[in-house]
Design a protein around this ligand. Structure first.
Ligand SMILES: [Zn+2]
Length: 425
């Protein structure tokens, strides 16, 4: 109970504080977690000793560059060694995650960490209009019990296996103000609303999560649900990494994670430069995660947000590193560059119009991919030629991309839609 109350006040207003205050909190938490990991996790003790480091060497995010990075493989192989000796697994929640990489990880949440997660999700929704008297509806594969919430911040979680018509009826009955939802799920669900029902549902804002979000989908969701659409970026390993304010600034949760953007040689990228998102979790004590490469691609921005909030801004999250295409010679083509090749012709023709309703690019072999598409209301054949030639150009000479028009695109996953997939990695 003390943890819950502490958690609530611990995070509640940090996003409204001054930049100096936020960086002080972050640095204090960073020193704390580094010390904790050094003294209670065998894996991090070894890692730091091998690098000739003691906790006093790491006091700010800039000092983190002295620490080696940790990959999903490292975590899989050293699970027991990473865990803090101070925590008993039976007092913690253990979850598994695969992200989109298919590499399953076990993740351990201590009770403070669990409460931090809830409080930070509340903050994410508060930033887009949630308030103690409003209702939230969220969709997840598994619904966690938030426990004691002071009778405020009413909320309901639904699992993803419910029939859509029942979910629609639930929404019309419950009338949530905020929806937290996967983009592909939101698009599917919208089809089940009859004329006039969406207006009656009265949803005030939508927070999208978990999947790569394309601009065309964000616009479509805003149109169908008749409300503003925002994004939140989180992972099972650390909880919320960043979320959008009402001005659509993606604010990094500096009191929950240190975000570093690293290039392929694990060197820090400059502002605006794309690289791999690397996280140090500041509120995860049972399972410390320091310089953990999550596998997503993004950039840091030096811009200030027009909302006045001082938490730093993250650039566009450009897709999972693991969604690459593999070319002869072990050449990897990252997903974001494929997205760019496919999406740019669509935007160049007309960003406001839907040229395609859906597409799916799948790599079948080292030299062949299929591009499936469903015509949109403003379809032109020219854009398909451009997409195919851009994609073929990206993958190099001898690589063939074949376009196929279809009425419906079979999904790789039932709920989590993938636009780009390689069958050979
Ligand atoms: Zn903002």
């Amino acid at each position: 109970m003390i943890n819950k109350i502490y958690g609530y006040f611990h995070f509640h207003n940090n996003h409204l504080k001054s930049a100096e205050h936020i960086s002080n909190i972050r640095n204090k938490k960073l020193c704390n977690i580094i010390r904790h990991a050094y003294y209670t996790s065998g894996f991090y003790r070894d890692l730091m000793e091998r690098a000739g480091l003691t906790p006093d060497d790491i006091r700010t995010p800039a000092d983190l560059a002295l620490m080696p990075v940790v990959t999903k493989d490292d975590i899989q192989k050293n699970f027991n060694g990473i865990l803090s000796r101070k925590y008993d697994l039976s007092d913690c929640l253990v979850r598994t995650t695969s992200g989109s990489s298919g590499k399953m990880l076990r993740v351990v949440w201590d009770s403070f960490n669990l409460q931090s997660r809830f409080q930070l999700y509340y903050r994410a929704y508060t930033m887009i209009g949630y308030s103690p008297l409003k209702k939230l509806l969220y969709f997840l594969p598994e619904v966690e019990d938030p426990g004691f919430t002071f009778g405020l911040f009413r909320q309901k979680g639904l699992t993803l296996d419910q029939p859509f018509d029942q979910v629609r009826d639930f929404i019309l009955n419950y009338r949530p103000h905020i929806l937290s939802i996967y983009p592909s799920y939101a698009l599917d669900l919208a089809e089940y609303f009859r004329p006039g029902e969406m207006k009656r549902a009265g949803i005030e804002a939508i927070c999208l999560n978990s999947e790569m979000i394309l601009e065309k989908d964000r616009r479509l969701i805003a149109q169908k649900y008749m409300c503003p659409v925002y994004e939140e970026y989180s992972c099972v390993e650390t909880g919320v990494i960043a979320s959008m304010c009402r001005e659509h600034g993606m604010h990094i949760y500096s009191d929950n994670v240190v975000v570093e953007i690293l290039d392929s040689k694990d060197k820090l990228c400059g502002p605006g430069e794309r690289g791999e998102v690397t996280l140090t979790a500041l509120n995860s004590f049972a399972m410390p995660l320091i310089r953990y490469k999550i596998g997503d691609i993004s950039s840091l921005s030096e811009k200030k947000c027009s909302c006045g909030g001082q938490m730093p801004l993250l650039g566009k999250i450009e897709g999972r590193k693991d969604d690459y295409f593999l070319l002869p010679g072990d050449v990897h083509v990252p997903a974001w560059s494929i997205y760019e090749a496919v999406e740019r012709p669509l935007h160049q023709h007309n960003i406001e119009h839907l040229l395609l309703n859906d597409f799916y690019l799948v790599q079948r072999s080292l030299r062949h991919a299929d591009f499936y598409y469903v015509r949109g209301p403003h379809f032109t054949a020219v854009c398909i030629d451009e997409i195919v030639s851009r994609a073929a150009g990206l993958f190099g000479k001898g690589f063939v991309v074949k376009a196929h028009e279809v009425n419906d695109i079979d999904r790789v996953r039932k709920v989590k839609r993938k636009y780009i997939h390689s069958e050979i990695i």
